[in-house]
Design a protein around this ligand. Structure first.
Ligand SMILES: NC(=O)C1=CN([C@@H]2O[C@H](COP(=O)(O)OP(=O)(O)OC[C@H]3O[C@@H](n4cnc5c(N)ncnc54)[C@H](OP(=O)(O)O)[C@@H]3O)[C@@H](O)[C@H]2O)C=CC1
Ligand SMILES: CC(=O)N[C@@H](CCC(=O)OP(=O)(O)O)C(=O)O
Length: 353
């Protein structure tokens, strides 16, 4: 099987194709009518056919994995970069100018390079490029994404957290100073690399919080909230948890309503913000979003509930961390950057149950 297109295809390279987000990108782009995959890279997997690394892709006609240094850039228009954070800034800074980029790592997400250095433990290695990067939460930044050369694809926890919160802050309905995010992720969020924390015995039949009050996605979420609230000093309580499942992410967020605001107004704000959106849906009152409702798809399902404590509300949002939390949103941004219908390659119905 190979991709066929009646149009001139965009020639795409996936850096980090031997990782989980790379596999997800190949799954989506093989079905994308305007894409031809011309280069795939791996580090340890360089030199291997994709089928050796991902046998589920054996039926498809894909280039073999190479080192990044061996990519022929004359044959590439667009790069999806799925490398570990910290390795990406220098790689992207070294790409030829004609190539547009969607970076899935955290390397270009924080606009303030001092904040980046504080949370990532080293100075930013491409400060000039950082200034040109657009934070690609697709529904919020469409216009900037459309013309960007470099899009910083949001993190999975920030995507799940920001989608329900941004409209409510923009509309002035909730306090920016009392936001508590309790989030859970499937283990694929940690990537395919062998790590003790991803071993079966460490994650099966149990769950645990990690990065408590110290996870590097907190400043990314605060940056987005600050944009919506028009303030740079927002601090959140954010606790991620690792859950024994392959994919999926849930953010349960506790907020305080501004005086005179009720939960119905929150619902109206969310419905208005996401009316007509292909991938963000506000569920009917009382219906709880579940990770199994979005598995394998680019959907984000959200809902809002009255808390039993007066003046408070609870937001629940779910995404698939590898889709809307990574590769799905990256393809959505690719579509926006190329003027394509946003849903191309993403018309995937969730796998249920
Ligand atoms: N997994 C998720 O749900 C999400 C991931 N992200 C981010 O996306 C990026 C990719 O994540 P994911 O696919 O999960 O990670 P993986 O660990 O599964 O894959 C990493 C990829 O990068 C390659 N690689 C590793 N080190 C280097 C290096 N020094 N130089 C060149 N290539 C290298 C690996 O090659 P090889 O294996 O062949 O050595 C592999 O192809 C990360 O920055 C991650 O934080 C963002 C949102 C969600
Ligand atoms: C389960 C798990 O380990 N998840 C990762 C987040 C995945 C992600 O979005 O990370 P980036 O910011 O690097 O893109 C973590 O907590 O670090």
């Amino acid at each position: 099987m190979s991709t066929a297109s009646a149009f001139t295809p965009v020639r795409v390279a996936i850096l980090g194709a031997s990782g989980y987000t790379g596999a997800e990108l190949m799954r989506l782009l093989l079905r994308h009518p305007r894409v031809r995959i011309t280069a795939l890279t791996g580090e340890r997997a360089a030199g291997k056919p994709v089928a050796d690394v991902f046998p589920h892709l054996a039926p498809y006609d894909l280039p073999a994995l190479t080192k990044i240094a061996d990519v022929n850039w004359d044959d590439v228009d667009f790069v999806f970069c799925g490398l570990p954070h910290g390795t990406t800034q220098e790689v992207i800074a070294g790409l030829p100018a004609h190539v547009r980029v969607c970076d899935l790592s955290a390397d270009f997400r924080l606009f303030n390079v001092d904040t980046y250095a504080e949370w990532y433990g080293h100075a930013h290695k491409a400060v000039d490029l950082q200034e040109t990067a657009v934070y690609g939460l697709s529904e919020v930044a469409r216009e900037q994404v459309a013309t960007a050369r470099l899009v910083a694809n949001p993190g999975c926890y920030p995507t799940a957290s920001l989608l329900p919160l941004l409209p409510l802050l923009k509309d002035g309905l909730i306090s920016a100073d009392d936001i508590i995010i309790d989030a859970k992720s499937g283990v694929s969020g940690a990537g395919r690399d062998a790590k003790q924390g991803s071993l079966y015995c460490e994650v099966a039949e149990g769950m645990h919080a990690y990065g408590i009050a110290s996870h590097r996605h907190a400043p990314e979420i605060e940056q987005g909230l600050g944009w919506a609230a028009g303030r740079g000093d927002i601090r959140i309580a954010f606790t991620p948890h690792l859950i024994p499942m392959n994919r999926g992410m849930m953010a349960t967020t506790y907020v305080r309503l501004k005086d005179g605001v009720d939960v119905a107004s929150l619902r109206t704000s969310l419905e208005k913000a996401y009316a007509g959106e292909a991938f963000v849906k506000v569920l009917a009152p009382g219906v709880g979003p579940q990770t199994r409702h979005v598995a394998g798809s680019n959907l984000s399902l959200i809902n809002v509930f009255a808390d039993r404590i007066p003046g408070r509300a609870i937001l629940v949002s779910v995404i698939d961390n590898l889709m809307k939390g990574a590769s799905g949103q990256a393809v959505q941004n690719f579509n926006i950057m190329n003027g394509f219908d946003e849903t191309l390659g993403l018309d995937v119905v969730p796998v249920f149950p």
